[in-house]
Design a protein around this ligand. Structure first.
Ligand code: EAX
Length: 347
């Protein structure tokens, strides 16, 4: 059953490289009281803080609907890569997923502002901005793509992990083959400081490191460790170059087919899952960092001078790329984050 075409004309969608949502062919309408199983796919390792949150979500939804709605969580890329799972959620092949916000730039360009580096100084500031009206407005934009953003989960601050060297300054990235996400602004930033970004879906990263296709990767400590990326790449640097939220998504058609009560149960359970993920993240990240060092890896913190060099290295990038995104939205996020350096740079 083909539904109305979304706001985006197919041509525009193709030109923008976005994925056109024409209504979930496999959309299902849930009659009152019907039971249903939600398939929730993600690429994160089972047992990681995100999946502890998603397992809580599953528990709460089943409990509060008296088992009428159950949730099957599929971690570890069992259902494919993040972009694939977002498309499958759009078309109702699965009901839920939780990709890194970077992946969503391909579906809703206004979210691209979160792909700019060094916006947030700490997670607390990021949470405040994401949970604000601005954050809500940005989530609401996903509806045009057939997706409902239930909230801002957390992957965390992305750090560098290199195979054979420790990098502490941006100029040391010259010519480095760095695995990146398939995120245009991530790729553009690393290119702007002379690196050779090699974008690929997450499920391909471990093998690419092992086979020397790339010299390094960047992700939060927990995912670097649980996905065994620190086995080949155990020279870590705490660059914190991107704060990476993961957006908990549900199929718009499926969600709209639920009763208001069930929709509220799902929203509340998502909020509680996010609160759990955020409460665990820092503690687990510190534990993992210690484990990496115990297992022979090194984790190097940047000196204030080195950190300033990284921030300065992004000024040219902001000047060049601010006009290619929703500049007003970028300024609003920088303002809300109290980031005067880049606000000045793009004035
Ligand atoms: O969202 O691709 C990545 O590096 C992401 O961090 C990962 O897929 C989790």
């Amino acid at each position: 059953m083909i539904r109305k075409t979304s706001l985006f004309a197919a041509g525009t969608v193709a030109a923008l490289g976005l994925t056109a949502w024409t209504g979930g062919e496999n959309s299902h309408v849930l009659a009152q009281g019907d039971s249903h199983t939600i398939k929730f796919g993600n690429v994160i390792s089972a047992g990681d803080t995100q999946n502890q949150g998603y397992d809580l979500f599953a528990e709460l939804v089943s409990e509060r609907t008296n088992g009428r709605i159950t949730v099957e969580v599929y971690p570890d890329s069992q259902l494919g890569g993040e972009r694939e799972m977002v498309e499958a959620t759009q078309f109702g092949d699965i009901e839920m997923t939780a990709p890194s916000v970077g992946v969503l730039a391909n579906f809703d360009k206004s979210l691209e502002v979160f792909d700019f580096p060094f916006i947030f100084e700490d997670a607390k500031t990021a949470h405040e901005v994401l949970d604000s009206e601005l954050g809500d407005k940005m989530l609401a934009g996903l509806e045009d793509s057939g997706l409902i953003g239930l909230g801002w989960g957390e992957n965390g601050f992305r750090n560098l992990a290199m195979v054979d060297r420790t990098v502490t300054t941006p100029d040391e990235m010259e010519g480095v083959k760095l695995r990146t996400m398939q995120v245009p602004k991530h790729i553009a930033y690393w290119e702007s400081i002379g690196a050779a970004p090699t974008p690929m879906p997450f499920p391909e990263v471990f093998t690419s490191l092992q086979q020397g296709v790339v010299d390094g990767v960047e992700n939060p400590y927990e995912l670097l460790y649980s996905a065994r990326l620190t086995e080949p790449a155990n020279h870590l640097t705490e660059t914190r170059h991107i704060y990476d939220p993961e957006v908990i998504l549900i199929s718009k058609d499926f969600f709209n087919s639920l009763s208001a009560e069930d929709q509220q149960i799902i929203r509340d359970a998502a909020d509680e899952a996010i609160a759990k993920i955020r409460s665990l993240k820092q503690e687990v990240s510190d534990e993992i960092r210690a484990k990496i060092e115990q297992e022979g890896g090194t984790v190097t913190e940047l000196s204030d001078e080195e950190r300033q060099q990284w921030i300065d290295s992004a000024i040219a990038f902001y000047k060049e790329h601010a006009s290619t995104v929703d500049t007003a939205q970028l300024k609003a996020v920088l303002e809300a984050a109290g980031n005067t350096t880049f606000l000045k740079a793009i004035e």
